[in-house]
Each structure stands twice: as structure tokens, then as C-alpha cells.
Design a protein around this ligand. Structure first.
Ligand SMILES: Nc1ncnc2c1ncn2[C@@H]1O[C@H](COP(=O)(O)OP(=O)(O)OP(=O)(O)O)[C@@H](O)[C@H]1O
Ligand SMILES: [Mg+2]
Length: 245
């Protein structure tokens, strides 16, 4: 099962949301896939060796065929216990790995119902190499701040090129309310606003520099919201899977 997260503008907190969601996901079989062509954050944030298992090693090994077993071999456990496929922080290397893998990896992850893959697709510009991965997702969540210019851009992009998959919006920080944004988008996004994450810089920073684990942070506003968001997304994915079965 594949849940893709992406932004359209600025840096609204896609990586933070992906890490938080994977950390509190209701099912145990979950893997965080870093597919940001502008370069990953996990190697730096978790101080991982640059040549460890990840998207670059998977792209080299899976040039001809991408089996489920091969994907599993390039997953590593991050300090704190999260299973992840990190990508290189170097934009050129990251973009090359994403370009090589987006289509076959998207198919592979979407076709594996027992594992939930949460993919951080970074900023999804029109020509992004991560597009085939986002297009293959069972659900694409566009992360945006509920501000007029970001919402207008999201509306324009959705009208310009409606994604072939179901799309929901995740709002981060303050601005328009969930109900107001839901009204603004009407039925242009299949599942509307899937939820919101509060402005919580302390927890976002702690998640990024590993000064605390999600367990230490479980009472924080960000992790508490992430928990109910994860439940809702997991339900939406289950409905999707049941429909396509
Ligand atoms: N819910 C939040 N509350 C407060 N600050 C946040 C929140 N989420 C993220 N941030 C902060 O915003 C900045 C960007 O976050 P993050 O790296 O998650 O965004 P991104 O959308 O993945 O950006 P990029 O496009 O650069 O990959 C970071 O400094 C992070 O700590
Ligand atoms: Mg990011």
C-alpha cells in the first residue's frame, strides 16, 4: 500500500509529517520511503553513513528488475526503530535515484498490501521525477499551509493536471480552518482535507535533530495530531484497498 506525501510550494513540513506519521502508524508493517529528488533529510538528521542501504543502492541493484525481496534488502532501521529507505542528501544523486525508481517502485509498493509505504515525494513540480511514484499511490496527500497563496496554487495545479490517484489535503500550521478549506476545494480533491498538524516548532525540531524519540514526544501537540491523522489515513487506505479488490 502506498501513501505519498508531497508539497507544491515552500517547505510546509512534508518530511516532518512523513516521519511523524510513520512513527505512530497504527499497523506495525510500515516503511518510510524518501523519494525527494531535491535530496533527502534522513541521512543528515539521523547521521547515517552516506553509502548505507537506501534509494541509491536500490536503484543500482534494481536496474533490471525490482522484486519485493530486493526492496526489503535496501530498507534500514533508523535509530529509534523506524524502517526507512533513505535517499542521498545530494540533489543530483537523489534525483537520479528517484528518476530511475519512481515508476517500478511505485508499482511494487502499491502492489504490496501488507506493508504501508509512506513516501516523501518532496516538492511535486510539474516535471518532478517523483511524479510516477505519486501517481501510483493509493492516496496522495498534498501538504500545504492554509494560506491563500498556497491554497490557490494547489487549486490551480489540481485543475491543470488532475492526478490519476485519489488526493487529499493536509494542512500544517495556522490559517484557514479545515472547514473553510474543504469549502474552497469542494470536490476537486477526492477525499477533501484529511486533517491538520498544528504549528509545533519544538516537536518538529526534536524530531529532526533526534533530541527525543516520538515516544518521548507522545504528549506533544504534533504527535497527538499525527496519531489521529494516521488512524484516518489508515482507514482511507483500507477503504481504497477494499474498493479495488
Ligand atoms: N508542524 C510543524 N510546526 C512547526 N514547525 C514545523 C512543523 N513541521 C515542520 N516544521 C519546521 O519547518 C521546517 C521545514 O520542515 P520539513 O523539512 O519537514 O519541510 P519539507 O516540506 O519537507 O521541506 P523541504 O521541501 O525542504 O523538504 C523545519 O525547520 C521544521 O522543523
Ligand atoms: Mg522534506
Amino acid at each position: 500500500m502506498l501513501l505519498a506525501l508531497a508539497s507544491l510550494k515552500a517547505a510546509p513540513g512534508v518530511t516532518t509529517a512523513a516521519v511523524a506519521l510513520a512513527s505512530v502508524w497504527p499497523q506495525p508493517e510500515v516503511v518510510l520511503v524518501e523519494a525527494d529528488p531535491d535530496g533527502g533529510s534522513l541521512v543528515t538528521r539521523f547521521d547515517l553513513p552516506a553509502d548505507g542501504p537506501g534509494l541509491t543502492s536500490l536503484a543500482a541493484a534494481g536496474r533490471h528488475r525490482l522484486s519485493r525481496q530486493l526492496v526489503a534488502e535496501h530498507v534500514q532501521t533508523l535509530p529509534g526503530g523506524l524502517a526507512a529507505i533513505p535517499t542521498s542528501p545530494a540533489p543530483g544523486q537523489a534525483a537520479a535515484a528517484v528518476a530511475a525508481l519512481a515508476r517500478p517502485l511505485g508499482e511494487q509498493l502499491a502492489g504490496t498490501p501488507e506493508v504501508t509505504a509512506i513516501a516523501d515525494c518532496g516538492r511535486l513540480s510539474a516535471g518532478s521525477p517523483a511524479r510516477p511514484l505519486a501517481d501510483a499511490a493509493d492516496l496522495l496527500v498534498l501538504v500545504c499551509r492554509p494560506r491563500l497563496e498556497e491554497l490557490r496554487l494547489a487549486l490551480a495545479r489540481l485543475e491543470e493536471r488532475p492526478p490519476p490517484t485519489r488526493v487529499g489535503l493536509l494542512l500544517t500550521g495556522g490559517g484557514y480552518s479545515v472547514a473553510e478549506v474543504d469549502r474552497l476545494f469542494g470536490d476537486r480533491v477526492a477525499v477533501g482535507v484529511v486533517g491538520s498538524l498544528p504549528d509545533d516548532p519544538r516537536t518538529a525540531r526534536a524530531l529532526a535533530d533526534r533530541t527525543a524519540t516520538p515516544r518521548d514526544l507522545r504528549r506533544s501537540p504534533l504527535i497527538r495530531h499525527a496519531r489521529s491523522l494516521a488512524e484516518r489515513l489508515s482507514d482511507l487506505l483500507a477503504v481504497q484497498t477494499a474498493r479495488s479488490a
